[in-house]
Structure formats: C-alpha cells, structure tokens
Design a protein around this ligand. Structure first.
Ligand code: NAD
Length: 339
C-alpha cells in the first residue's frame, strides 16, 4: 500500500507533533499535511523546527467544519488520515463537557463523512484506554473489554470509537482504532501530570496530588505510542482495535515522589487536593495483540524516558513559561486555587 501522503489532524498538540516529526524522520518519501484548530492545547512552537520543510504543510481549521475538511482533503489527497484532534483533558471535561462532545464526537463524525466522500483508503482513530473505564487491583484491559467510560472526556472518546466502528460495519469504511495508556515525553501541555509537576517543582511550587495519590496509571513514552500508531496504519487489519501500553504501572504518589527525587526537591512540596470527581482507580493495558499482530514493542524504558523527559522540560523553560503565562493561568487558578 502506498503511504506517501498523510493528513494528520491535531498535529500541533502533544502526541500529534511528536508523530509528525517522527514520521518525517523515518520516511524520507513522506509528506504530511497537519490540520489543527490551534485551541489552547495546540501550539505552533511544537513544530517550529519544521518551518520551511517542503514535506510539511500546516492548515489551520476545525475538524467540525465540513467545507474546510473537504477542501483540505481535496487539495492534499492523502493516502491515509490519522485523527489526533480532540479535547483531551479530563479535568476540563468536568468543568465543561460541551467542547468535548463538539470536537470529539461531532468532529470525528464530520471527518468520517468527509473521508468517506473522498474515498480515503485508511483512517486511524487515536483513542484512549480510558474508554474501558476503571480496573480493580487485578486484570488488564484487552481490546474486547466492554466500553465503560466514566468521565465526560472518555465518554466522548468512546462515542467517537462507536461511530468509527459503525462506519466500518455499515459502509466498509477502512478505519482502525488505537487505544493507548498515559503518554509522557516532550511537548506535553503543562496541565497534565508530568510536565505540570516538573515545572512546579522547578519553581518550588506545590505539586497538587489528587486524593491520596493511590490511583494507578500505566505510562508509555510518546514515541512508543507514535510507533504503535504507525504500525497500526501500515500493518493493522481494517476494523480492528489495537491497545498500546508501556507495562509501567505506578501510583500517582509513587511517581510524584520519584520525580521529586530525580529533581532533588523535597517531598514537602506535595499537597493533597480534593480528589477528581469520578476518578478512575486503575488503568492497565494488555498490548499482546499489538505485539503479535503488528510486531510492535515499547522501545523506551521508563527509567531512561523519564530522565530524558525531565531534562527536556528543564532545558526548554521558555517553551513551558510561554504556555504557563497565557490563558492557562486562569484555568490553573480555577482548578487548584492560587498555589
Ligand atoms: P492535545 O490536547 O495535546 O492536542 C490536541 C490537538 O488537537 C491540539 O493541537 C488542538 O489544537 C487540536 N484540536 C482540538 N480541537 C480541534 C478541532 N476541533 N479541530 C482541529 N484541531 C483541534 O492532545 P494529545 O495529548 O496530543 O492527544 C492526542 C490524541 O490522543 C487525543 O485524541 C487523545 O484523546 C488521544 N490520547 C491521548 C493520550 C495522552 O496520554 N495524552 C493517551 C491516549 C490517547
């Protein structure tokens, strides 16, 4: 299958920007169009190094805007579309769910309709393990775990997954779905746990840990996730779901203490704050299907990836500070108070 032109949506965000950079490095013949609305989470600085690169094109716009999506598809004629565009932060979905339904559900539907009309031959929907809900102390999410989303964010992603599934079954639409655990790495918006805590600790500000910090998350390096999406795109079977995870389960409090240790900062910076409403207890991923069918395996160890990630945020203070001084400040104050 020819795969020389990709359309990536949401490419100015955390994972999309890492994906675009990695793909252009890995495939010299490849060119990529990036369609992004540039919400608060979209940042042109994430791909500033690609300015002037002939194999990269940026189109600012909304995946909910059918006319715009049609035009981009008509002009860029992609061999495949990868949909990263989303409202992605659980806490924001609790403050206001509307943009989550608008972009994650209606936007995905618009993309599906437009891609179908333009006979796109591969469509990858980038989803999340959060659609499976929460686990107890035992067990793992597999691709056949029933969907049981618990937050407005995960409900909107699950709805999008169902639409994608229905288009495969009803219209033979050539889509695949990936579901991944918590990503970490460079260019992550500093409202998410790792960049938030690294930046706060750097500034000797408190680290707000939800509840008792006993919630368990599985961590995967963003480039391992990106390699998984690429493997899905090239080797996945139409209509299938592939789970990705890093086999690195940790409680939030253990991760916070490890971070402080690596940063040489005291544990007294930890502040326990009211738990997130409906906070899922544990996520853990069974990714054996991706390993056996796609030949994928995580390459970055957590030890190495975490240290590199810390170094990246410490060495890119300007990138972090530019974001933290913008609209983000008022959100942070609403969420955690003026700490
Ligand atoms: P992000 O919030 O960093 O980036 C989202 C990007 O989408 C931004 O550039 C934003 O401007 C763009 N966008 C938002 N609404 C849009 C719209 N209506 N039209 C066009 N562009 C729009 O998110 P992320 O962490 O990079 O996540 C990317 C995808 O991966 C999401 O679909 C998310 O659900 C999924 N995912 C994330 C994780 C994680 O740990 N971050 C894990 C699993 C899956």
């Amino acid at each position: 299958m020819t795969m020389n032109r990709l359309l990536v949506t949401g490419g100015c965000g955390f994972i999309g920007s890492n994906f675009i950079r990695l793909m252009l490095e890995e495939y010299p013949e490849l060119s990529i169009t990036n369609l992004d609305k540039l919400t608060y989470a979209g940042n042109l600085a994430n791909l500033a190094d690609l300015e002037g690169n002939e194999r990269y094109q940026f189109q600012r716009g909304d995946i909910c805007d059918r006319e715009f999506v049609d035009t981009v598809l008509k002009e860029s004629k992609p061999d495949a579309v990868i949909n990263f565009a989303a409202e992605s932060h659980v806490d924001r979905s609790i403050l206001d769910s509307t943009p989550f339904v608008t972009t994650n559900v209606n936007g995905t539907l618009t993309l599906l309709d437009s891609c179908r009309a333009h006979q796109v031959t591969r469509f990858v929907q980038v989803s999340t393990d959060e659609v499976y809900g929460s686990l107890g102390d035992e067990g793992f999410f597999t691709e056949s775990t029933p969907l049981a989303p618990n937050s407005p964010y995960s409900a909107s992603k699950a709805a999008a997954d169902m639409l994608v599934r229905s288009y495969v079954h009803t219209f033979d639409f050539p889509a695949l779905i990936t579901r991944c655990s918590n990503n970490y790495g460079p260019y992550q918006f500093p409202e998410k746990l790792l960049p938030l805590f690294i930046s706060n600790a750097r500034n000797d500000q408190s680290l707000p840990v939800y509840g008792t910090g006993e919630n368990v998350r599985d961590w995967i390096h963003v480039l391992d996730h990106c390699r998984g999406i690429d493997a899905t795109l090239r080797k996945g079977r139409i209509g299938e779901v592939y789970n990705f995870g890093g086999r690195t389960e940790m409680t939030n409090i253990a991760l916070t203490k490890l971070l402080l240790k690596l940063l040489g900062k005291p544990e007294s910076l930890i502040t326990y704050v009211n738990d997130r409403p409906g906070h899922d207890q544990r996520y853990a991923i069974d990714c054996r299907k991706a390993e056996t069918e796609l030949g994928w395996a995580p390459e970055v160890t957590f030890e190495q990836g975490l240290q590199e990630t810390i170094d990246w945020y410490l060495n890119n203070e300007e990138w972090v500070d530019n974001i933290r001084s913008g609209d983000y400040l008022s959100y942070y104050e609403e969420q955690y108070g003026d700490r």
